[in-house]
Design a protein around this ligand. Structure first.
Ligand SMILES: [Zn+2]
Ligand SMILES: [Zn+2]
Length: 284
């Protein structure tokens, strides 16, 4: 399925060593949105020139669909955004994420020589790069989500209700409690959150993952809502893996009753003992 020209997708990438040096892979579930060239997808062994915009500056890079040796047998495509260590983009990313770069560099030095062990950032200062597709199939927009952005968000949403917070993501509502200099961070993170939710709504065709119903279609509408499994006001986790798509009824009931979600069985258990398993799942 070729994406709609108006559809924008986002991939939220956790900052790591490869991002500072040569690029990063696009996970399989996002590839379709990133691989498009004109009216087809780039095939194995092909690459395309791409332009990435970061804070108003443009950078050149490549999007590769890697050739995979037959000896590895059947294998999913490996699609990567690549640039060199000396490229302006790699330098800019090292500059934006100075704190992460310093931390990972230090951990690398402490690591045994030749060790390929992946170094993740500590839970309390993870930083992210959001990669947005645009209406042009060779152009992407990057946005940095630094630890200071997350800290500001944490302060602003302290004491807010989950329903208010989610309404801002689901219905694009404005938040007027933030001060002027905080607005930019809030707008940036809310946009990322909303996009991740919107991507999931499209993935499920606006159906509720619990009951499978498509609400509002007979009126030419669809009113699916994105819900955060671990409440966003507590977890600040807007990864796709922490969101599910619900009909308005299930969403209200879940906030009213606060059932327990079992991640391995993909099952909600309500206080009265009723259990509901997700009937639709393609991303958890
Ligand atoms: Zn439902
Ligand atoms: Zn919710």
């Amino acid at each position: 399925m070729i994406k709609n020209i108006s559809d924008e997708y986002v991939y939220k990438k956790e900052v790591d060593w490869s991002l500072f040096n040569y690029g990063f892979a696009i996970p399989i579930e996002y590839q379709v949105m990133f691989r498009q060239v004109a009216d087809r997808f780039i095939q194995r062994g092909e690459s395309k020139d791409i332009t990435l915009y970061l804070n108003g500056k443009s950078y050149k890079a490549k999007l590769n669909n890697n050739r995979i040796d037959k000896k590895f047998g059947p294998h999913a495509d490996i699609v990567q955004i690549r640039y060199s260590q000396n490229s302006e983009l790699a330098q800019a990313l090292r500059g934006y994420f100075q704190r992460s770069y310093a931390y990972i560099s230090m951990m690398k030095r402490l690591q045994e020589k030749g060790s390929k062990k992946h170094i993740s950032l500590p839970e309390d200062f993870k930083e992210y790069l959001a990669v947005y597709t645009t209406e042009y199939d060779d152009t992407y927009v990057l946005e940095t989500i630094g630890s200071q952005d997350i800290e500001i968000l944490r302060n602003i949403i302290a004491g807010q209700s989950e329903r208010t917070m989610e309404a801002q993501f689901n219905f694009d509502m404005k938040d007027d409690t933030a001060g002027c200099k905080e607005k930019e961070q809030i707008v940036k993170i809310r946009k990322l959150n909303k996009k991740i939710g919107d991507n999931l709504k499209r993935l499920y065709g606006y159906r509720c993952q619990i009951c499978g119903k498509l609400i509002g279609e007979e009126y030419g509408s669809h009113v699916a809502e994105a819900h955060h499994i671990d409440y966003f006001v507590r977890s600040l986790n807007n990864d796709a893996s922490n969101q599910i798509i619900l009909c308005p009824n299930h969403h209200s009931i879940i906030h009213d009753v606060d059932p327990v979600f079992d991640r391995t069985r993909l099952l909600y258990t309500y206080a009265n003992g009723v259990e509901e398993k997700l009937v639709l799942n393609r991303h958890l």
